[in-house]
Ligand binder design. Sequence first.
Ligand code: ATP
Length: 636
Amino acid sequence: MQSRKLDLNRLREDDYFDTLARWLGLEGEAERERMARRRRIQKARDAERSGETLLNLQIQDHQTGLAGRILFDFVKADGRPLPMNRLKVGSPVVISDSDDASDNGIAGVVSRRNQNVIQVATERWPECERLRIDLSPDETTRRRQLSAMASARVATGRPKQLREMILNQRAIRQGDQDEVEFLTSLNGPQQEAVAFALASPDIAILHGPPGTGKTTTLAEVIYQAVERGDKVLACAPSNTAVDNLLERLVPLVPAVLRVGHPARVFESLRGHTLDELVEADPSSAVIKDMRRELTEVLRSAARPGRGRDARRRRNLLYGTAGDLRGQIRSLEKNVVRSIVDSADVICTTTTIDDDLLGKMRFDLVVIDEACQCTESSVWQAALRADMLVMAGDHCQLPPTVLSDEAAAEGMRDSMMHRLIERDGSTIFRRLTVQYRMHRDIMDFSSDEFYDGSLLADESVAEHRLCDLPGVETNELTMTPLMFVDTAGANLNEEIERDGESKYNAGEAKLIEQLAGELIESGMRRDQIAIIAPYAAQVRWLRNRSSLRDIEIDTVDGFQGREKEAVLITMTRSNDRGEIGFLRDTRRTNVALTRARRKLIVIGDSATLASNDFYGRMLEYFEQKQAYRSVFEFSLD
Ligand SMILES: Nc1ncnc2c1ncn2[C@@H]1O[C@H](COP(=O)(O)OP(=O)(O)OP(=O)(O)O)[C@@H](O)[C@H]1O
């Protein structure tokens, strides 16, 4: 059955919430199906290739965290680095026996990760030696969203008013802007955006194209709000985005609290996490002793010995652990309450811990990266708001949705995008001065996605690789753009064995050569990035020894980041003109806007130009005299 896109603006209240609930149901089904499929894959290498499974792990270390959780550090049993994976900080996972497919495992949440170690917070001690970790369906998040939407349906007072505005039943008002004394040095459009957001009585949107200082601007909005006495909830859909905002906020607002899993928090920010603040509280010494005891009890329960009594002993120990955990929780609850109450700003992901925040409401709720939020994921935060500010860029990657059916009906469209389309310029302000890209790198994206409105700040407008210390001046380093066309050279895409993802060995070779030339010109490896839309191409490139220490990632892994030089391998090359998910040009927009001084794109014009957008992209490179044919390079 062909699904068609639904217009949420036309739906009545009940239909709107029913639709979102149905999408969540479809998404849950899709996630569960995917997990079941993955667990059926027998061959280790293939299971890990999904990026959602890590096999053959062992415990390297453990410690106790807040609320009696145990934090386990897992490493590969053979000492190798972890393979490329999508287990992020905050991802729900299941830890189970690597050798026993029937083991249902223990639920946990990823709390930290690096190349070699993945840390998972869980409540029980795994009972086997050789473990696997699988990304698990995110039921908790879905349950919380459903419960928020159930409350939103019957809400009264202010939440009801906001609901009516979001559902197109009541007009969103505009406010009269006051003079603002800015704390940070903002450009004109940023100042206008701050004043606009602060004056809006209901809902305001900040549209931040790449590198335009969206987070800087949001931080100023939050600072100003706190100055006038507001209590603020600052959210974002991912832990990384929350931490980026937190990093900007800390120098401006001292009383900031970061709740949620003690994430990839930078050293300088750790003092703001709930865990650390609780730790610093005087009553923590007692709690710490109790936690130590809990760990011991759990450890004994995992190894109850043999014999008839083993099960009884284990159950007794789990009983004791349960009691202990209860006592720890009640002590911690009091400490936590006072910390939460005294914060001016609370930072969290949009999956809000409702038990922690209780019925707390906020004068201002801010959602960063709001275009990566599905519509249903906004409601938890929106329900707590007197006034709502959303910031993001709908011309970059949309939220990840697994269910094709839900996606076809519109689940990938964010609320922020819908409101911009519905209400037009009255509801948003766009930031237009960017601090990242050379003017020529910016212009194509600006014309295609932002009505040509972007301006390069003069500090970056003309900057080139050869202006960097230690980099020599040559043709490669003097110019900001290059497209290498592989048409006619038979550098065809291939499908990874046993997989679905594509790679292109010919393009990879060209990437190696060009990256080599950049390094020979004096660039450091950490100033270069390679972006491929396909995971198989990323894997292929990461296996090239000449590219070691150069960051290589998918587009999705690169949103929000930048490098001095970026090489993109478009990967698709076939005689059917098939470009697959490159058709979603928002993904390409992200890829094209990561480079500060040099952007190199490698692709097959014969395949790409079947699509008008790529046709225009090729013309742009030609017009900037940045078009080269692969035949100008000698590939050995
Ligand atoms: N008014 C300004 N003056 C000088 N530099 C600025 C200004 N605003 C932002 N920047 C710089 O621009 C860069 C991008 O800022 P920020 O991280 O806030 O952007 P963003 O829009 O959130 O980024 P992204 O494109 O990743 O979403 C930062 O290095 C920041 O210091």
